[in-house]
Design a protein around this ligand. Structure first.
Ligand code: FES
Length: 103
């Protein structure tokens, strides 16, 4: 349906790592781990840090500023100092493009 937006080429998302692009005016982080793609808001809910500058450990993204962690599958906060979730978005790959649903 029309809610899917082509955001980034699949081969531009690094394996076991994170990158970010602007999608429909929003800063969105894209991850690939174990061959699957994930997308979340790129801004940490604790401060003004971009998660794409952090480190990905499996399904956990660690914020570069104070080392809070979120689960990239559902955005839930995993450890202090983060307590509010980030939004996680549905993604799919079609024709070499990663599509994200921001709805
Ligand atoms: Fe992310 Fe503080 S800004 S943990």
């Amino acid at each position: 349906n029309e809610d899917w937006i082509a955001a980034i080429a699949a081969d531009e998302v690094p394996e076991d790592d994170v990158t970010a692009v602007e999608v429909a005016g929003k800063d969105i982080a894209f991850y690939k781990t174990e061959g699957r793609y994930y997308a979340t808001d790129n801004l940490c809910t604790h401060g003004h840090a971009r998660l794409c500058d952090g480190f990905l450990y499996g399904h956990e993204i660690e914020c570069p500023l104070h080392q809070g962690r979120f689960d990239i599958r559902d955005g839930r906060p995993l450890c202090a100092p983060v307590s509010a979730p980030i939004k996680a978005y549905a993604v799919k790959v079609e024709n070499g493009q990663v599509l994200v649903n921001l709805a």
